[in-house]
Write a protein of this length. Structure first.
Length: 226
């Protein structure tokens, strides 16, 4: 897959004049360090094995993080939405690839600059710690999700997406059913069949391929494992 054009990254990351921000906000401090870059649907943001020189924050749209297994199957490890940061790695290379789900924009931050700022700014250091802890928690929950039944996986996924998008009665999913299947370790047929079962049980309504309405949240919560 071709590398995205990174010419914007040559612009200085220390330019703080573009957006006003409170000096007490670690989030705002990191935001003004970022360079905006736009990506088209299914365009690669970074690839597995590439140098992890940059961190990313979703400004608009959504991202999927994935690996291609030895047998050719794709395993999606995480989804990121507006406000989420991604690209954190324990080593110097990316362990997975990142792709734009649809047309989107990210803020790109130089990793070394962020780490240098964290070394002298306690608020930024604490913000990075929170992000890292949340990532670990999300990864652990995803691993546990993969041992559940198909119905439990799909139910948990819908409730997670509703919580992250602040959806009430209706949920608009940015990802395809194939994306959902690859995230949950299921086939697309199993995902579609499970959604139909949940609809028949009166828990949800499937208004369109990516639009779900919650008809009975109590039923959904009972189907979700504790």
């Amino acid at each position: 897959m071709p590398m995205p054009n990174r010419t914007l990254l040559a612009r200085p990351f220390e330019n703080h004049s573009r957006r006003p921000a409170s000096p007490h906000s670690s989030t705002a401090t990191m935001d003004i360090m970022g360079v905006p870059m736009s990506f088209n649907r299914n365009e690669e943001i970074y690839g597995e094995g590439e140098a992890a020189d940059y961190l990313y924050k979703v400004a608009s749209g959504a991202v999927r993080i994935y690996k291609v297994l030895n047998d050719g199957r794709r395993q999606i490890g995480a989804f990121y939405f507006a406000g989420d940061m991604f690209g954190f790695e324990p080593g110097d290379e990316h362990a997975s690839s990142a792709e734009a789900i649809g047309d989107m924009t990210v803020l790109v931050l130089k990793r070394s600059t962020v780490l240098a700022l964290a070394a002298r700014n306690g608020d930024v250091a604490r913000q990075l710690w929170r992000i890292t802890a949340n990532e670990l928690d999300r990864s652990q929950k995803h691993s546990l999700l993969l041992i559940l039944s198909a119905q439990e996986r799909v139910t948990s996924f819908l409730l997670e997406m509703a919580g992250r998008s602040c959806a009430n009665a209706e949920l608009e999913l940015p990802m395809s059913r194939q994306d959902i299947a690859d995230y949950l370790g299921l086939t697309i047929e199993t995902v579609s069949r499970t959604l139909t079962q949940l609809e028949s049980a009166g828990a949800i309504g499937v208004l369109a391929a990516r639009r779900i309405t919650f008809r009975n949240s109590g039923t959904l919560n009972r189907l979700r494992p504790c």
